[in-house]
Design a protein around this ligand. Structure first.
Ligand code: ADP
Ligand code: MG
Length: 695
């Protein structure tokens, strides 16, 4: 048997029979080397004993205590409560819902225990629910000497199972087994990164002399060595995807631009410098016979719709059809209205397709699209269903859709008329893309930024007000309305249930209509029929309603420049990016705008900090960066949801500093070591590696 661990099958490990081998295979683990790349996702610190007086709620902690007494509580659920102390002045209750009589008998007054668990605030002070514990006796040899690794949990394979597997794999390393170092000879930009073997050993079994705080905080060089490799693999995958996309042919959209100029001339304003620059970037992409894949980022209110319209004009004049997709009915309808108003006078037909059309309307709409009578079709996801076929689709525009996955982007390619004509793609988002993501999960896209707002905008003033001053806030709304302004009142809910949210909004709307008489209150939520929603929105837009009560359906895109006051109830329930989006519904006209965050007191520390980020900044980029820092992960960009970039060990916040070196290493590998790409992708992307297949 050779010493290369990637040639030794998992079945050569003790305890791995056919069933276990199959389970491991489903995780992409086939060899002993693969086992070593299943890294702990975190550590438990059982090296220290924390005195009870220093215990904090929310932290996993190890304590040594003596039982003071125990009792059975008959509340909602029967539980054994064990009161303990440790002489430090603190007290801790251990709560067990499942327990045996023997267990109870041994937890008698005077028993000494070492417990590990998460301390929580309970009715009688701090408690641990079902802590792991052991009885201490004189032969005890003290706490663990090193950190305890915690492996990502998998069904059917518990921590003990992972430990057994990794123990054996590490033992093979000790006797001279080789892991394939795919970074050999590639500069990593850091002198301190350990070798691959050392990094794996440290991460799986930290030693007492290792820098334990660094491991816990995720800044240990051993972790960085592997994070580097993982980020590199993701970047390579995305670059490969980009090459594949670029290799296709696309229609050559190089019309002189008369329609685009006519469109811009007909607008009541001139484009900003940033809009003009981005329009030009798009038009040069369109003039190349390979698919454009461009992401346009522009903060709320920066005027992305105009950029989309200009791109559409260029495509239409060049003789192809355009599809414009928005994520919600409301936004799609608004775009349809705008595009129809702009393009119809220029003799360009604009069509509409949504899931809510009746069967016959839908058939008629599809027939026009199919026959090529509709030049620009606006709609929701319904546009991309398999039964919709275009005559000659040349450009796809996707609005407010940063969560648009690789797979979805690929599916759109098939909407072209034939294999030799893949549509160009333009994706627009208000969500800033942190540099980390731009370089990894979005590396297959070109990137434009609209970094300038139309002139005359005044910054939005944001204030936080506790819910017990709701009356003052209502009075403020009334005052704004008396001055001829309009306002939004947004209701949020914890659950993602549009029907509960709709109910809450209904109640709020009723109460506000009562309080604000004789002013007009309108209500929109996701349960209304789209025609109804549209007509209510139009009423608000025309100024016939003074206050619009809404659920977060109005989050993206809605544009009513006269609205200058927004109240957001329970803002602590939403993410910062979403709040910033919502707030962007005001501040679109020339009036001074205000956003009131009506929160329920008391706020936790993080919640308070997050809301103050919004008070202090109107800049989407800065907010995203600070959100990232507060949350310590890439959640704002929604990669979690798409599951597309499920990172195993790298952390987009912690590893930002490595990205320039990662990009350089990717170039080196592509130019001089391209045979390493496939093994890197297999190692880090596992069974998803084939989604990023090369041409
Ligand atoms: P976004 O989609 O980027 O949030 P919109 O495209 O909805 O922004 O534009 C916001 C508002 O700004 C709209 O009322 C639009 O008509 C207006 N607008 C767009 N571009 C300009 C410009 N160059 N000058 C003045 N107003 C503009
Ligand atoms: Mg928009």
């Amino acid at each position: 048997m050779g010493n290369a661990l990637h040639e030794q099958l998992v079945t050569s490990l003790r305890g791995v029979g056919p069933a276990m081998a199959e389970k491991l295979a489903s995780l992409g683990i086939h060899t002993v080397q693969d086992v070593l790349f299943q890294l702990p996702s975190r550590y438990q610190d059982r090296t220290r004993i924390t005195p009870l007086s220093g215990l904090h709620a929310g932290l996993h902690t190890q304590v040594e205590v003596e039982v003071v007494g125990n009792e059975i509580a008959f509340g909602r659920r029967r539980a054994l409560l064990v009161t303990t102390s440790d002489g430090s002045g603190g007290r801790l209750t251990l709560r067990f819902f499942h327990f045996s009589q023997t267990q109870k008998a041994r937890l008698e007054r005077g028993a000494r225990l070492r417990c590990f668990g998460e301390a929580r605030r309970g009715p009688r002070g701090l408690e641990m629910v079902h802590p792991e514990y052991q009885h201490l006796d004189d032969s005890d040899d003290g706490p663990e000497e090193t950190l305890t690794p915690v492996y990502p949990s998998t069904e059917g394979l518990q921590q003990a199972g992972w430990r057994k597997l990794t123990d054996q794999a590490l033992a093979r390393l000790e006797v001279g087994g080789d892991v394939h170092d795919l970074l050999a000879g590639i500069p990593t930009g850091s002198e301190v990164l350990p070798t691959l073997d050392d990094a794996l050993r440290t991460l799986h079994r930290p030693r007492p002399e290792d820098d334990i705080p660094a491991l816990i905080e995720g800044v240990h060089p051993a972790r960085q060595r592997l994070a580097f490799e993982e980020l590199l693999s993701h970047r390579l995958a995305m670059l490969q995807l980009r090459d594949t996309a670029r290799a296709h042919s696309s229609p050559h959209l190089h019309a002189p631009g008369a329609l685009r100029h006519a469109l811009l001339e007909s607008m009541p304003f001139t484009p900003t410098g940033a809009q003009t620059r981005v329009i030009n970037e798009i038009c040069s992409d369109l003039a190349v016979p390979h698919p454009m894949q461009r992401l346009v980022q522009g903060d709320v209110g920066s005027g992305k719709t105009l950029v989309a319209a200009a791109a559409a004009a260029q495509a239409v004049e060049s003789g192809v059809q355009v599809a414009l997709m928005a994520p919600t009915e409301l936004l799609a309808e608004q775009h349809f209205h705008n595009f129809d108003a702009w393009f119809s006078p220029l003799g360009v037909s604009v069509g509409w397709l949504s899931g809510k059309l009746s069967a016959s309307q839908r058939r008629a709409s599809q027939a026009d699209i199919n026959a090529g009578h509709t030049a620009i079709t606006v709609g929701t996801h319904a546009l991309f269903q398999s039964d919709v076929s275009f005559d000659n689709l040349g450009l796809i525009i996707i609005d407010e859709q940063h969560r648009f996955g690789v797979a979805q982007r690929q599916a759109l390619r098939d909407k072209g008329p034939h294999a030799e004509a893949v549509p160009h793609q333009l994706i627009m988002t208000a969500t800033p893309i942190p540099r980390t993501l731009a370089m990894t999960s979005c590396a297959d896209l070109d990137y434009s930024v609209i970094d300038e707002l139309p002139p005359g905008r005044k910054p939005i003033t944001t204030v936080a007000v506790a819910a017990n001053r709701r009356g003052d806030v209502v009075e403020r709304v009334a005052a704004a309305i008396r001055e001829g302004r309009q306002a939004y009142w947004v209701c949020t809910l914890i659950e993602e249930s549009e029907s509960l949210a709709a109910e809450a909004a209904e109640e709020t709307a009723e109460a506000l209509a009562e309080a604000l008489q004789p002013h007009q209150v309108e209500l929109v939520h996701g349960r209304l029929k789209s025609a109804e929603k549209e007509s209510r929105m139009q009423r608000f837009k025309r100024g016939e309603a003074d206050l619009l009560v809404a659920t977060t359906v109005i989050e993206v895109g809605v544009d009513v420049p006269n609205a200058s006051l927004m109240i957001i109830e329970n803002p602590e329930r939403l993410g910062l990016a979403q709040l910033h989006q919502l707030r962007g519904r005001v501040g679109r006209g020339s009036a001074e705008s205000t956003c009131v965050l009506l929160y329920k007191a008391p706020l936790g520390e993080t919640a308070r900090e997050r809301l103050s980020v919004l008070r202090e900044s109107n800049d989407g980029f800065e907010i995203a960066e600070r959100d990232l820092a507060l949350r310590g992960s890439g959640e704002i960009f929604g990669t979690r949801q798409t599951g597309e970039m499920a990172l195993r060990i790298a952390n987009l916040s912690l590893d930002r500093g490595q990205l320039p070196s990662v990009a350089r290493a990717a170039d080196t590998i592509r130019s001089s070591h391209s045979n390493r790409i496939a093994p890197l992708l297999a190692r880090w992307l596992g069974q998803h590696a084939s989604d990023y297949a090369a041409v």
